[in-house]
Design a protein around this ligand. Structure first.
Ligand code: NAD
Length: 280
């Protein structure tokens, strides 16, 4: 096992998953670093080149809107080909096993959907950076269409239906949180028996609010993150390790256990079907 994660910790997490019926995963930027997308706070500094543009400034200034689009296209050109990592795949696997009900994600990279997770399982708290929307009527626009309009006209396009401002479908600083996503996230956090907080420093609300809500509602709380988080003392299990390595080890452990359960189940004729036993 990578890092300082012990086999006992993998066993314990696998046992918790095995016992749980309704798992909710809560993911942050750390789950996507394996896919080549830097997180926010770790050293490396990619995001320091992009001092956030406040929502109010986006609304007020065409120059700020042009700058926002310039940055979106740099980010798209740099990370647009990112593929889901082992953490995303493990979460999709938990859903296939009938264990996981929802992922609440702070990420905007769309990699949970790309991992095969059904859209109704995914709750995006900070929106989605792979397309754009009209801020007035919500119509969807593709980023490449916006890029070609800017190239042709030299300024950001308006909504072709209502004339409203178009913006990437992310939640910017100062922009209200999406009410429907927040309500779904609250409901999911209150209807889970195991809440897995994965790859988030859990430093700010509402990020840290959901693990607290779930735990206070009776769920067990697991935190998986390379570095300590603000909620470690509050959790039932903290694993400081690499997300891809830990989650794939947990899935492998669960698969081995399921195999041995199947092997040791009685056959329809009452015979054991343990491996290698075949009766002529
Ligand atoms: P964060 O940067 O504050 O925290 C990420 C945490 O993940 C860090 O504590 C880091 O130690 C840990 N980490 C990184 N790689 C890891 C790995 N391989 N294994 C284990 N742990 C790992 O991120 P946040 O809490 O999500 O908050 C930042 C905000 O910026 C969020 O809104 C986030 O969605 C957004 N953001 C999104 C993306 C994305 O969509 N991929 C990327 C950067 C920032």
């Amino acid at each position: 096992m990578a890092d300082d994660v012990s086999e006992d910790q993998i066993d314990e997490l696998a046992r918790m998953v095995q016992r749980a019926a309704r798992i909710v995963a809560f993911t942050g930027a750390g789950i996507s670093t394996e896919s080549g997308i830097p997180d926010f706070r770790s050293p490396g500094g990619f995001w320091t080149r992009f001092k956030p543009i406040e929502f109010a400034d986006y609304l007020a200034s065409e120059e700020r809107r042009m700058e926002a689009w310039r940055r979106y296209f740099i980010i798209r050109d740099t990370f647009g080909d990112a593929k889901p990592g082992r953490g995303h795949q493990a979460i999709a696997r938990l859903a296939l096993m009938g264990k996981l009900t929802h992922v609440i994600t702070q990420n905007i990279d769309d990699l949970h959907r790309a991992s095969g997770l059904a859209p109704e399982c995914i709750i995006e708290l900070h929106g989605n950076g792979t397309y754009a929307k009209c801020l007035t009527c919500d119509i969807r626009y593709e980023l490449e269409w916006v890029r070609s309009q800017i190239a042709d006209v030299g300024k950001p396009p308006s909504c072709t239906s209502c004339g409203g401002l178009i913006k990437a479908a992310t939640v910017s600083f100062g922009q209200p949180m999406p009410q429907e996503a927040m309500a779904r996230a609250r409901a999911a956090a209150l209807d889970t028996d195991l809440f897995l907080a994965i790859g988030s420093s859990l430093q700010v609300a509402p990020a840290m609010g959901f693990p607290v809500l779930a735990k206070n509602g009776g769920a067990r709380l697991v935190i998986l993150n390379r570095d300590p988080t603000a909620l470690d003392d509050f959790a039932d299990l903290v694993i400081n390790g690499d997300i891809g390595a830990v989650m794939s080890a947990v899935i492998a452990r669960l698969a081995r256990e399921n195999e041995s359960v199947v092997r040791n189940q009685p056959s329809p004729a009452g015979q054991s079907v343990s491996s290698g036993s075949s009766k002529a």
